[in-house]
Design a protein around this ligand. Structure first.
Ligand code: 6PG
Length: 474
């Protein structure tokens, strides 16, 4: 008997993915650089299914049925290249290598092209859901050739999360499409987390509420339209008490957010594509600001208001819920626009409705309102923005007064709310009849003769600013 699929790299994600496969009745070969991890896995969880422990790369490859399906779960970057270099020479045309790590999609494109030359399918698959997701059902975003999906799809769909019986896994598109979509998923994750953090800050410092009370507010929100994994775990974190000090856990954690890079990539690529993902960018920058301890210490004496609202807290609670929902819609709208732009740039033909479908379960950004996003894109696959979909338009229409009040309140109290305020600025930018970009064009023409277009005539024009200021066609 041979293994249907193999997993190499048995840190927690790889180990849980292998167990998930075995638990679903798929005989799975397991391999790790150091054999002790492989042994441990089989000793501890061998009873969960059929495992083929391999000591060497050769043994590992020999234990796989053909065409071989080999999943690598190692660190993105150099380690991934090293593992590919180790295994590719042992494979044959038609075999498949799946990279389930958080690789940069440009690396995935490069690897896919190189392996394609040797007849090997390289599948960059975004996998979301953390350790628990890997074990109990993640959301899976595989790229690569349609042919490889035929051989891999049923297996991956089988182990993925299900919502209403629908697997949270679909073929995203060729080469790097899967890792691109996973990258944007993470960018949205950053924005979502930042918005939730701002909501917390406003309730804590603005309304003077305690973490335990705020946890209750989040529990309530989780029952409504904001219902989502991130809101749910936020309530858990806020309700947690530090055992050593008896203080709220959130008060004993250093207030410097770290990041591994996927949020930053999302913004870098968005800049290249010219897509304003301001919500994601603010979230990345907010983490950077929080992490710059030296700068923060140097700036601690900067003057500003401090203190809480005189008003009763409840109105702020309701307003913040509205601001959070509206800002969240903006963050997702921006992320989906980036997916559409990436898809157009690289010729991936990504179906945004299918992405919202596979994000409904398993992944970190799973949320009730992804059903609404799916409906919006199912009705109009080329929707220019989620914000103009009827449901979301209505939601924002209902939320905007509260949203504006929250931004004003945050500003007056001196509580930073870059996520809420940039989302609102984006919204107002979109709906503006005339933007001051006209003035920017005038400035560019003044100092650099960069020319401008007119509202009433075709062509490019320039004013002789240094001369008689007459207009010339350029
Ligand atoms: C997921 C997550 C995961 C990511 C962590 C940490 O979808 O399961 O996005 O892939 O690694 O969220 O990311 P940061 O360390 O950058 O916050």
């Amino acid at each position: 008997e041979l293994a249907r699929i193999g997993v190499t790299g048995l840190a927690v994600m790889g180990r849980n993915l292998a167990r998930n496969l075995a638990r679903h009745g798929h005989p799975v070969a397991v391999h790790n650089r150091s054999y002790s991890r492989t042994k441990e896995l089989v000793e501890e969880f061998g009873h969960e299914g059929t495992f083929f422990p391999a000591e060497t790369a050769e043994q590992f490859v020999a234990s796989l049925e053909r065409p071989r399906r080999l999943v690598i779960m190692v660190k993105a970057g150099g380690p991934t290249d090293a593992v590919i270099d180790e295994f590719a020479p042992l494979l044959e045309p038609g075999d498949m290598i799946v990279d389930g790590g958080n690789a940069h999609f440009a690396d995935t494109r490069r690897r896919e092209a190189a392996l394609r030359e040797r007849g090997i399918h390289f599948v960059g698959a975004g996998i979301s859901g953390g350790e628990e997701g890997a074990l109990h059902g993640p959301s899976i975003m595989p790229g690569g050739s349609p042919e490889s999906y035929e051989a891999l799809g049923p297996l991956l769909e089988d182990i993925s999360a299900k919502v209403d019986g629908v697997p949270c896994c679909t073929h995203v598109g060729p080469d790097g499409a899967g890792h691109f979509v996973k990258m944007v998923h993470n960018g949205i994750e950053y924005a979502d987390m930042q918005l939730i953090a701002e909501a917390y800050d406003l309730l804590r410092r603005g309304a003077g509420m305690e973490p335990g009370e705020i946890a209750e507010v989040f529990r309530g929100w989780n029952e409504g339209r904001l219902g989502s994994y991130l809101i749910e775990i936020t309530a858990e974190v806020l309700a947690h008490t530090d055992a050593a000090t008896g203080k709220p856990f959130v008060d004993v954690v250093t207030d410097q957010a770290e990041q591994k890079g996927t949020g930053r990539w999302t913004v870098q690529i968005a800049l290249d594509l010219g897509v304003p993902v301001s919500g994601i960018a603010e979230a990345v920058f907010a983490r950077s600001l929080s992490g710059d301890a030296g700068l923060r210490t140097a700036a601690r004496e900067l003057p500003g208001p401090s203190g809480a609202l005189a008003e009763p807290a409840y109105s702020l609670v309701a307003d913040v819920e509205q601001a959070l929902y509206a800002s969240k819609i903006v963050a997702y709208a921006q992320g989906f626009n980036q997916i559409q732009a990436g898809s157009a740039e690289y010729g991936w033909s990504i179906d945004p409705g299918a992405m919202s479908t596979i994000w409904r379960g398993g992944c970190i950004i799973r949320a009730k309102f992804l059903d609404r996003i799916k409906q919006a894109y199912d009705a109009a696959p080329n929707l220019p923005s989620l914000l103009v979909d009827e449901y979301f338009l209505d939601a924002v229409r209902g939320a905007q007064d509260a949203w504006r009040r929250v931004v004003v309140t945050a500003t007056q109290l001196g509580i930073p709310a870059p996520g809420f305020s940039s989302a609102l600025a984006y919204y107002d930018g979109l709906r503006a009849e005339r933007l001051p970009a006209a003035l920017v064009q005038g400035q560019r023409d003044f100092f650099g003769a960069h020319t401008y277009r007119r509202v009433d005539r075709e062509g490019a024009f320039h004013v002789l600013w240094g001369g008689d200021r007459s207009e010339v066609a350029s």
